[in-house]
Structure formats: structure tokens, C-alpha cells
Design a protein around this ligand. Structure first.
Ligand SMILES: [Ca+2]
Ligand SMILES: [Ca+2]
Length: 194
């Protein structure tokens, strides 16, 4: 219950979801690297799961949705942080465009990477057939410094464990990395992070 309330803060929303039989599912983006504490998944006390995934222009995350029965779901929200100019992130499920979010420009000399903001619902609900579907999160436009994506929340009419719902995830770095991305992915940085 505590988890459901976190990030939404509205008893009305929670009650509406409980009455309608909807359940929340959460995907933590740092999962794509297995565990936090890597150059792209630094420890963040302000993030859920204590970490987020740093993404740059052209980076892409693919999340597999493994559905056991017909499922109606929607993307209920994204949590992110940004310290620098704004960014544009698009969302697709299979070949269907779901929506776009724009991060706010902010300047905190690096301190704002630990300050996470919530973006509300992205796109309409979709009904998917049983089987595997792919949710694509792609950074379409970004400054050199990129953004951090913490988690993605779904609502679903079928209640299965989170790890079944989002059964696999892969990270695809940009083929044309920015200077900031190259610096973060450098062998020196990986050595520094252990
Ligand atoms: Ca940015
Ligand atoms: Ca997280």
C-alpha cells in the first residue's frame, strides 16, 4: 500500500484504481545494467531503488513485456532527473507510438541529478495479446549531459509479479555518442567506479 501511495499522493487515484481492479507495475531502469553503482547507474538516494539510468542523445532501452493473457495497460508515469538543458524522450510499444515527454531545463552544477521529478501518464491505454511485446524508450533529442531515468510505472488490468510483466530489458547506446556519453563510458570512468 505504501508503494502504491508513493509518487502519486492522491487517495482518490488509489481508490479509483482499486475499485477498477487496476494494479501498478514498476520497472526500475537501473536493472538494464544488473545492479547500481556503475558509471551509468550511480547510487542516488533520491531515486527509487537508490539508482537510475543515465541516458544520452540517441540511447535506447527496450523492455520486453511477457503477457500470459490479454492485458490492457497504460504507461502511468516516468520518474527522471535532469541537470542541464531539456531533453525529449519517445515511447513506443511494438510499432505503436505511445507518446513523448520533455524534461525541464534546470541548472544545479550537478546537484540536481539526485532530484527526481514525476511525469504523468504517457499515451492511451493499449490492449495487448498474450506473448512478448516490446516497449521502446528512446532519447530523441538531448543536450550533451542527457538525463537520468529512474523508473517507469504502468497500470495493468492483470496482476502478475513485476518480474514476469517486464521480463527482460536491454540497453542500446547511441551509435553517435555525445562527448559526455563517451566520457562516462570511458575505461577510466569504469575503473574509477570499480
Ligand atoms: Ca538534459
Ligand atoms: Ca530506479
Amino acid at each position: 500500500m505504501k508503494k502504491l501511495l508513493f509518487g502519486f499522493g492522491s487517495t482518490q487515484v488509489l481508490l479509483a484504481l482499486l475499485i477498477s481492479g487496476q494494479t501498478f507495475k514498476t520497472f526500475e531502469f537501473e536493472q538494464v545494467f544488473g545492479s547500481p553503482g556503475k558509471p551509468r547507474t550511480q547510487w542516488r538516494s533520491g531515486a527509487s531503488g537508490s539508482s537510475a539510468l543515465h541516458v544520452f542523445d540517441g540511447d535506447r532501452v527496450e523492455i520486453s513485456l511477457c503477457l500470459l493473457e490479454p492485458t490492457t495497460l497504460s504507461i502511468a508515469g516516468l520518474q527522471y532527473s535532469n541537470d542541464g538543458n531539456g531533453d525529449q524522450v519517445d515511447f513506443w510499444i511494438d510499432e505503436k507510438y505511445m507518446g513523448t515527454i520533455y524534461t525541464k531545463s534546470a541548472s544545479g552544477s550537478g546537484m540536481l541529478w539526485n532530484v527526481f521529478s514525476q511525469v504523468g501518464r504517457i499515451g492511451d491505454a493499449v490492449t495487448l495479446s498474450p506473448g512478448k511485446h516490446t516497449l521502446v524508450v528512446i532519447v530523441v533529442k538531448s543536450d550533451c549531459h542527457g538525463l537520468e531515468i529512474d523508473n517507469l510505472e504502468f497500470t495493468s488490468d492483470i496482476n502478475v509479479p513485476d518480474e514476469l510483466f517486464t521480463c527482460e530489458s536491454k540497453f542500446f547506446p547511441s551509435l553517435k555518442p555525445t562527448a559526455c556519453a563517451e566520457k562516462m563510458d570511458s575505461p577510466q570512468q569504469r575503473r574509477l567506479m570499480g
